[in-house]
Design a protein around this ligand. Sequence first.
Ligand SMILES: CC(C)(COP(=O)(O)OP(=O)(O)OC[C@H]1O[C@@H](n2cnc3c(N)ncnc32)[C@H](O)[C@@H]1OP(=O)(O)O)[C@@H](O)C(=O)NCCC(=O)NCCSC(=O)c1cc(O)c2ccccc2c1O
Length: 143
Amino acid sequence: MSPRAGNYSCELEIRWSDFDQLGEVTDSTYIELAREARLRFVKDTWIRRGFTAPPMVVRHLEVDYLKPLLFGREKVKVELTVQAVTASSYTLRHELRDERGDVVAVVDSVLVAFDVDSRRQVELEPALQLMLTEYQAAADGEQ
Ligand SMILES: CC(C)(COP(=O)(O)OP(=O)(O)OC[C@H]1O[C@@H](n2cnc3c(N)ncnc32)[C@H](O)[C@@H]1OP(=O)(O)O)[C@@H](O)C(=O)NCCC(=O)NCCSC(=O)c1cc(O)c2ccccc2c1O
C-alpha cells in the first residue's frame, strides 16, 4: 500500500468523544473521518466545477488499521487518491496521517452512482468520469 502523497487532502479535527477508555481513536471513527474527507473532496472538486452528481452509495469498504491514533493528537490529515473508475463507480483510497505524518490507516471505498427512485446504479456523467480519470492518472503518476 502506497504511503505517497495523494492529489487531494484535507485536515480534520478529532473530537473528544472519538477516543475510547484506552485513549485510542475508535475503529468506526476512521470510517467517519474518511467519509468526511470524501464529502469535502466532492465539494471542492466536482461541485466547485459545476457538476451535479447523482447520489453515490458505498458499495464496498475496506479499512487497514496500521497504527493507533492516541489521545493528544487531535488532528488528522486525509489524503485521497482515485484508484479506479468504471462506467458507474469509482474507487477512492483515503490515507489517514497523524500529526507526525505517519500513515495510521488506509480506507478504500467503492462508490456507485445511484438513482434514489429506482434504487439502481446509473452511469457517471461523461464529464465527471473524465475528471475522475484525470485524478486517477495524477495518482498513478505519483507512484
Ligand atoms: C449500488 C447497487 C444498486 C448496485 O447494484 P448492482 O447489483 O446493479 O451492481 P453491482 O453492485 O454488482 O456493481 C455496481 C458497480 O460497482 C462496481 N463494484 C462492485 N463491487 C466492487 C468491488 N468490490 N470493487 C470494485 N468495484 C466494485 C461494479 O464494477 C459496478 O460498476 P460498473 O461501472 O462496472 O457497472 C447495489 O449494490 C446496492 O444497492 N448496494 C447497497 C448500497 C448500500 O446500501 N450501501 C450502504 C451505505 S448507504 C450509502 O452509502 C448512501 C450514501 C448516500 O450518499 C446516499 C444519498 C442519497 C440516498 C441514499 C444514500 C445512501 O444509501
